[in-house]
Design a protein around this ligand. Structure first.
Ligand code: FE
Length: 140
């Protein structure tokens, strides 16, 4: 598997205390403690329309709405990130599985996992916790 570790000169590095102040307890549990929200619970699961999904921790632009698809998994799913540089990938062997964790390259926040069973054109499925992201609709 590939592991990426993008460096970003604008990295956001906060103390644990600052993260707790910035995030809700639910966001903190996912973004900073690698938790997983219950399937089908996410507010952005069925979000449609043109816009950008951003990191709920630092505001980095992560997934254009044009990359979102209905995976049937119960979590917001995307077939491609905005650019290769906005996401880092890490081997995750927790819970007896071999998965690829995805994190925000700017703040290190846990987003979810990426699986090689997505749709064309990439074949990738970025499975993202709704708690890890916000949605900004395009101005029209
Ligand atoms: Fe971030």
């Amino acid at each position: 598997m590939s592991t990426t570790d993008n460096t970003n000169t604008e990295n956001v590095e906060l103390t644990d205390e600052e993260w707790r102040a910035r995030l809700t307890p639910e966001q903190y549990a996912v973004l900073r403690q690698k938790g997983t929200e219950p399937a089908w619970s996410g507010e952005l699961l069925h979000t449609e329309g043109s816009g950008m999904f951003t990191c709920a921790g630092c505001g980095a632009e992560l997934f254009p709405s044009t990359t979102k698809f209905d995976s049937g998994s119960g979590w917001p799913s995307f077939f491609r990130a905005l650019t290769d540089g906005v996401i880092n990938e890490h081997e995750d062997r927790s819970f007896g599985m071999k998965r690829t964790e995805i994190t925000c390259a700017r703040c290190g926040g846990h987003l979810g996992h990426v699986f090689p069973d997505g749709p064309a054109p990439t074949g990738q499925r970025y499975c993202v916790n709704s708690l890890s992201i916000d949605f900004t609709p395009d101005a029209d």
